[in-house]
Ligand binder design. Structure first.
Ligand code: ZN
Length: 176
């Protein structure tokens, strides 16, 4: 007996959403000056949702999310958006109890090597980015971003780091 696919359930939910969906503008209808000028980096964890936290409208910010807000993994995506938008400010958010504080890089590396044999070199070259202290983590993220050779100096000077507390819902700027 096969259990029902959750993805197929999501497709059912999406039909309900579409009934009340407001059509989004097409790119050609939104001049560059009206597009998002801020990028927010954060973890993909469902407990942190910048749209909810900051009451974001469609054109307020580009939100880039990945596992643990790994900045080396974010740079590619950031550069694409920086090229097509006129980005002016950057916010990097870490959050309390991030899943990546519960592992070590080695645990992830070793697990992957057991699952996929013959690719140890590629696995060892992956950036995992586990950490223990989210304030310290975001400080090093800001430092990494500001000193990255492909990041424009104007943006580096307008980069903020913050911590989101999953218990209080508060976002606090971390001075680096
Ligand atoms: Zn996280």
């Amino acid at each position: 007996m096969t259990s029902k696919s959750f993805v197929l359930e999501l497709m059912e939910r999406s039909k309900k959403y579409a009934i009340s969906h407001t059509p989004s503008p097409v790119v050609a209808d939104v001049p560059v000056s009206d597009r998002a000028h801020t990028v927010i980096f954060c973890c993909a964890d469902g407990r942190i949702d910048p749209k909810l936290l900051f009451n974001l409208s469609l054109t307020d910010a580009v939100v880039l999310r990945n596992a643990g807000c790994g900045m080396p993994r974010n740079i590619n995506d950031f550069l694409i958006f920086d090229e097509i938008l006129e980005l002016r400010e950057v916010l990097i958010i870490s959050h309390t109890d991030c899943g990546l504080t519960h592992f070590t890089d080695n645990i992830v590396y070793e697990g992957l090597k057991k699952r996929v044999t013959g690719h140890d070199k590629e696995i060892d070259e992956m950036y995992i980015g586990t950490f223990k202290n989210c304030s310290e983590r975001v400080k090093s993220d800001v430092k990494f971003f500001k000193s990255h050779p492909l990041v424009r100096r104007e943006l580096a000077e307008h980069t903020f780091g913050a911590v989101y507390d999953i218990k209080t819902g508060e976002v606090t700027i971390v001075e680096s």
